[in-house]
Design a protein around this ligand. Structure first.
Ligand SMILES: [Zn+2]
Length: 222
């Protein structure tokens, strides 16, 4: 009986993976009320579960050579705070103030925000003393959002920006260009970031320096 139980538990853990919990900590605020009416915590948890699967697939979590994070539980909360959202450790925080004031398709926007933040949960950042540029970290998160077709606009933006690591849309579209030339580039870059950061990763993975790739990219889309 004991052995049988052990097998059941192990299987449960493998299939269950990471769980996601959620709470709206400010349900009475305008943003908290609006959040509950357009999406709700259950709706957000469902999107976050999809986002987690999408991001893990994008980072090739099924591949044995991918260094993987092991996370038991991700905590999502809607909070009375400024800004849009952020991820720290295994927590994702969404701003009720942002929800209250956003104009446009709020559900679509929130889906995109949640995919972006879920990417931060699973991506590697390099290491202390060898951390990836923040613009690259944000660019990878928006790259996932772009791939999920959730609100990173390509129209008129491809080829924009003055530095490859400017972040967000600029870097996401540049990474998308490199990834089109070298499929799995972003997944491979993320694997390398487990060990720290080096600009040479671009050279290692594509045969061209990041400056050369950026210059090719600018030339192609200017
Ligand atoms: Zn971010």
């Amino acid at each position: 009986m004991a052995i049988f139980l052990l097998i059941i538990l192990a299987t449960f853990q493998v299939t269950q993976g990471t769980s996601i919990t959620g709470a709206n900590t400010t349900p009475e605020s305008p943003g908290g009320q609006r959040f509950n009416s357009v999406m709700g915590v259950d709706g957000a948890l469902s999107i976050l579960a999809d986002a987690m699967a999408f991001v893990q697939l994008g980072f090739e979590y099924r591949s044995p050579d991918t260094p993987k994070k092991e996370i038991d539980t991700i905590h999502f909360t809607v909070d009375d705070m400024a800004g849009v959202a952020y991820a720290i450790g295994v927590e994702i925080h969404l701003s009720a103030q942002f929800v209250a004031t956003f104009t446009g398709d709020l559900v679509f926007e929130l889906r995109g925000v949640l995919y972006h933040e879920m990417t931060h949960i699973w991506q590697w950042f390099g290491k202390d003393g060898s951390r990836a540029p923040q613009g690259l970290i944000e660019g990878i998160a928006d790259f996932m959002r772009l791939k999920a077709k959730l609100g990173v606009s390509t129209n008129g933006f491809v080829g924009s920006g003055s530095h490859w690591d400017e972040g967000y849309t600029v870097t996401a579209l540049f990474l998308n260009y490199v990834n089109d030339l070298h499929p799995s580039f972003v997944a491979e870059l993320n694997k390398k970031l487990y060990d720290g950061w080096s600009e040479n990763y671009f050279q290692d993975l594509t045969g061209k320096s990041v400056d050369q790739l950026w210059s090719d990219y600018k030339q192609k889309f200017q």
